[in-house]
Write a protein that binds this ligand. Structure first.
Ligand SMILES: C[S@@+](CC[C@H](N)C(=O)[O-])C[C@H]1O[C@@H](n2cnc3c(N)ncnc32)[C@H](O)[C@@H]1O
Length: 390
């Protein structure tokens, strides 16, 4: 635009202010964008051997964004058809694999080539196939396998993301799966409504629990209450490591019943109890000197979190500690996990958002917590800890 061509309309729209306020960085970014989107520049980059690898990396990155759904569906096919499970035990030929999975040989071949390009499988000697590095990690992780399978409902609900964002059309499967997300009285949910999400949480809880227990010194405490503690997986893992502590697991009534059964079969009934209720409306058991909220805060909008944190503050002993563990926005390198995946996921679910450390601090301060700090976990991209004192 010629800045001098129409001063009246620029002034009335406020555009001159905007132009003047553009920082040097903004100007550089605009210049960069003009350059990289110019076809002649793109062609020149590809002619220069030093720059070509950068150009190709960018092409791959943009293609990945366009094609991510196809990659995810290739992965889903490998999980659902049992390709990863078979290759975790054996190195069959393509023909043997096709037989075992009941696929036509050409379909098996097509899938194996697609999966090899993603590092899920790889060629081995004598025409055999084995797991690739990504496939080996996924095949060994029950939490990831469960998450991949449940993505069916996420992708179905994301069929029309623009409609979801406009508020003109929302998928039904995610809100039904996470039944507490939109429930007016979540304490009234029945066992059927909590079974699927509880199983998913259980499948992924072991590695989360180990990360959290390694990151913070829980042995300085006496009584731990895990709120929204699911069917007690974290409490069981903590109880095994921390023989001196007593435990309470608080969750919705049918989820707490599952936790009670877990504690009984683990021989923990003397040290761990499960309480059922709604953490927003029912009084929380008191006496804990440490409360944990694992993957709970991100499920809820700010008003709900404010209510929950005030309730936690009241239930904790004076000087008690609150530990929040979840993906934290603003973690360098985790942007796609926190802001793209969880940001969109939680919108599809119907509630909640990922927050930066600063946003969590503000909510904690408003609820009467202080000395808030952040602790890195081993798997900091997926889970950070925020610790605050009552
Ligand atoms: C995302 S899951 C996390 C479970 C567990 N902390 C974990 O990390 O595996 C959230 C948990 O909060 C529980 N929850 C949601 N709303 C609740 C409410 N109003 N009162 C009590 N529990 C609630 C759910 O039943 C579920 O078990």
């Amino acid at each position: 635009m010629n800045r001098g061509s129409n001063p009246v309309s620029l002034a009335t729209t406020g555009a001159t202010d905007v132009l003047e306020k553009r920082s040097l960085t903004d100007r550089w970014r605009d210049f960069r964008n003009t350059l990289v989107s110019d076809r002649r520049f793109q062609a020149a980059v590809m002619r220069l051997p030093v720059l070509r690898s950068i150009g190709e990396r960018n092409t791959r990155r943009i293609f990945d964004q366009c094609a991510g759904f196809v990659y995810s569906q290739t992965l889903l096919a490998c999980v659902e058809l049992g390709v990863l499970a078979v290759l975790a035990r054996d190195t069959p030929t393509g023909g043997e694999l096709a037989n075992r999975l009941g696929l036509r040989p050409d379909a098996a071949e097509r899938l194996l080539r697609a999966a090899a390009a993603l590092g899920l499988v790889e060629d081995r000697s004598a025409g055999r196939y084995g797991l690739g590095p990504a496939g080996a990690v996924i095949a060994a992780d029950p939490g990831l396998l469960a998450m991949i399978s449940h993505h069916r409902i996420l992708y179905a609900d994301l069929m029309d993301p623009a409609a979801m964002l406009r508020g003109s059309g929302h998928g039904q499967q995610m809100p039904a799966y996470w039944a507490y997300a939109g429930a007016k009285r979540p304490e009234g949910l029945n066992a059927d409504q909590i079974t699927s999400y509880s199983a998913l949480m259980t499948a992924s809880q072991a590695s989360l629990a180990a990360d959290v227990l390694d990151a913070y010194r829980f042995d300085r405490h006496e009584r731990l209450m895990d709120i929204g503690g699911g069917d007690g997986g974290f409490v069981e893992a903590a109880a095994q490591r921390l023989p001196g502590l007593q435990f309470i697991c608080f969750d919705l009534p049918p989820v707490a019943q599952r936790a009670t059964r877990r504690f009984e079969s683990a021989g923990l009934s003397g040290r761990a109890v499960a309480c059922g209720g709604n953490f927003l409306t029912d009084p929380l058991p008191d006496g804990a000197d440490i409360v944990t909220l694992l993957r709970v805060v991100l499920d809820h909008d700010d008003d709900t979190v404010a209510t929950l944190l005030r309730a936690v503050r009241q239930a904790l002993r004076p000087q008690g500690v609150l530990v929040i563990a979840e993906p934290i926005s603003g973690t360098p390198g985790a942007e796609r996990i926190t802001d793209t995946y969880f940001g969109i996921y939680l919108m599809a679910m119907g509630n909640g958002k990922t927050r930066t450390f600063k946003e969590l601090c503000a909510l904690l301060n408003a609820a009467g917590f202080s000395r808030t700090r952040r602790i890195a976990t081993r798997n900091r991209l997926l889970c950070g800890l925020v610790v605050a004192r009552a």
